[in-house]
Design a protein around this ligand. Structure first.
Ligand code: UGY
Ligand code: MN
Length: 247
């Protein structure tokens, strides 16, 4: 890429952050950890702006965290390396969902790269808050999306009503695509985990590849086609299970 050029774009209802734009800085609420805040409410004005944050943590061995701010839940996906959560080892492609205001000890057992999603939890009357969930991508339930075996969706968390966020992994064979241009009330934060393709966001089409991050606001029209020779996959966040009038 020419100097002075970038694929990164930040628009009113979507953003593409390429790895060439990363500015690594110490991460708030983490020790011995630098990172990049890929998506946050600072990105665009409310009410359209992100209502969650997504960041990359570059944790050195022995790195720890004080936990998310009060009332905020967290999902940590291990991109590489190994962490220990209250003594339980979590390897690459493993994850931990940590409910809001829960206490835990989390340490990087080796130098690790973590993808973190954080969102203020919205409790439901008469419904208990969700429990901690620890799992792996390999063990997550998966199914062909709209019956297409070339586009497989895995859901890392239960979809029952106590959960107000989902984190899924979408794997596409080259040439596979989202079956239609989705436009929906949920917003997304996305991390390209492998491969390449073209993402349509509103009225723009972006070539995307491993290491890109994308924010899609509520009602941002979205579509993807996988291209190239390897499986394209992305890990993404979406808000679920809450009434659209809940602030
Ligand atoms: O869950 C979703 O809305 C998903 N199909 N969206 C996306 O991949 N952009
Ligand atoms: Mn969608």
């Amino acid at each position: 890429m020419l100097i002075g050029e970038t694929r990164t774009r930040v628009a009113r209802d979507h953003a593409l952050i390429g790895p060439d734009s990363h500015v690594i800085a110490p991460l708030a609420n983490w020790e011995k950890t630098d990172g990049v805040v890929l998506i946050s409410p600072a990105m665009a004005a409310a009410p359209k702006g992100p209502r969650f944050t997504q960041y990359l943590a570059h944790a050195e061995q022995g790195s720890t965290t004080q936990g998310a701010p009060a009332g905020v839940q967290r999902l940590i996906y291990v991109l590489s390396g190994k962490i220990a959560l209250d003594g339980q080892k979590i390897l690459a492609d493993g994850f931990a969902y940590l409910p809001a205001d829960s206490r835990y000890e989390l340490t990087a057992a080796e130098s690790s790269r973590l993808l973190v999603f954080e969102k203020t939890y919205m409790p439901l009357a008469d419904t208990a808050a969700p429990p901690r969930v620890v799992g792996t991508f390999a063990d997550a339930p998966s199914e062909p999306f709209h019956g297409d075996p070339a586009a497989v969706l895995s859901t890392l968390l239960p979809t029952t009503s106590e959960f107000d966020m989902a984190v899924n992994v979408f794997c596409y064979q080259p040439g596979a695509n989202l079956p239609f241009v989705e436009t929906h009330v949920m917003e997304h934060g996305l991390w390209m985990q492998s491969g390449a393709g073209v993402y349509r966001l509103a009225e723009s089409w972006y070539p995307v590849a491993t290491g890109d991050a994308i924010w899609m606001a509520a009602y941002c029209p979205q579509w993807f086609v996988a291209m190239g020779k390897e499986t394209a996959s992305y890990i993404y966040y979406k808000d679920i299970n809450r009434h659209s009038l809940t602030p």
